[in-house]
Design a binder for this molecule. Structure first.
Ligand SMILES: NC(=O)c1ccc[n+]([C@@H]2O[C@H](COP(=O)([O-])OP(=O)(O)OC[C@H]3O[C@@H](n4cnc5c(N)ncnc54)[C@H](OP(=O)(O)O)[C@@H]3O)[C@@H](O)[C@H]2O)c1
Length: 287
């Protein structure tokens, strides 16, 4: 298999590192939008290319030699981007990909890392891949539109992984939540969140490529967790003051609990079935 990973940020990089260790025979192409990152990525791959996926010439060049492509792209920079920025990154990139497909006869497999945010709020209920996605307007809506574009490709194997929120080395939960110690927060923290260790995100991507998965697959750990439990456990472990929840959550903010039954049926075994395992809250304990 020849593989291109389009977008080597947190997850794309984790996948590249995993494949380099486990599949040294794979011919790997990595992309970045900036020449400054070429040096960082070069040791991990056979080819590293500057590629903005909205640029047809650059995307064609990045995919030309590959039979498989993983799209792990996301808006650039640390700032939150607005819906238009999101749309440009995702929808424009996939429109560009679609326009190029006739020139990419060897590209048989396309995997895209979408997000569970496409489900919108389910009032704390369980959702699976059969549940209609109702993200409402905004970022989730853009991701759903991106999914729909890719799902319309009929002559390639397309797999859409709906990921939970990523954490792991470099994005440790304790460090991210520590700023909440002792603060007052609106609501009661009852909303559910769904998490995924980056090692499992990369593992599921490898499994999707190997197993030639098709269609939508939720990729989350086994245990959705209420925000107050997530924050409470983390602050307690760090010996910090708890959050003061001030009242009731707004209607429509209870979140959703994502089922990963299909992921299991496809044979994937989670390394980190919940956020409590193997010290994932703590940087020093992350393997
Ligand atoms: N992070 C999460 O918690 C989470 C949760 C659910 C789903 N996901 C999905 O997983 C994706 C990857 O997440 P991540 O955390 O790894 O994101 P990330 O760290 O922000 O990395 C995204 C990478 O995409 C590249 N990129 C940006 N615009 C591009 C464009 N127009 N063309 C090609 N590449 C472009 C950038 O590469 P350069 O910087 O090298 O230019 C950036 O490093 C997300 O976008 C989302 O779809 C993530």
């Amino acid at each position: 298999m020849d593989l291109t990973i389009v977008g080597c940020g947190y997850l794309g990089l984790a996948l590249a590192e995993r494949l380099q260790l486990r599949r040294p025979q794979l011919r790997l192409t990595l992309t970045t939008t900036t020449s400054e990152r070429l040096e960082q990525l070069s040791p991990l791959a056979d080819r590293v290319q500057v590629c903005d996926a909205t640029d047809p010439a650059q995307l064609l060049d990045a995919l030309r030699q590959s039979s498989s492509a993983v799209f792990c792209l996301g808006p650039k920079g640390d700032r939150q981007v607005d819906t238009n920025g999101y749309r440009h990154t995702f929808v424009d990139s996939f429109r560009c990909l679609m326009s190029l497909l006739p020139q990419l006869p060897n590209l048989r497999q396309i995997v895209y890392t979408s997000s569970c945010s496409v489900y919108g709020d389910a009032q704390g209920g369980w959702v699976d891949e059969e549940t209609p996605a109702e993200p409402g307007r905004g970022h989730g809506d853009v991701l759903l539109e991106s999914e729909q574009l890719l799902s319309g490709i009929s002559d390639r194997r397309v797999c859409i992984l709906r990921l939970g929120a990523l954490y792991g080395p470099g994005r440790e939960l304790d460090r991210r939540l520590r700023g909440l110690a002792g603060v007052e927060r609106p609501g009661n923290g009852a909303s559910y969140s769904n998490w995924l260790h980056v090692a499992d995100a990369a593992g599921a991507l490898e499994a999707a490529l190997d197993g030639e998965w098709i269609g939508v697959v939720n990729v989350v750990n086994d245990e959705p967790i209420r925000l107050r439990d997530l924050v409470g456990k983390s602050l307690q472990r760090q010996g910090l003051a708890p959050v003061h929840w001030l009242g009731h959550d707004e209607p429509g903010s209870a979140g959703r609990r994502i089922r990963n039954t299909r992921l299991k049926q496809l044979g994937y075994e989670l390394q980190h079935p919940n956020v409590d395992q193997s010290g994932v809250f703590s940087a020093s304990q992350v393997p």
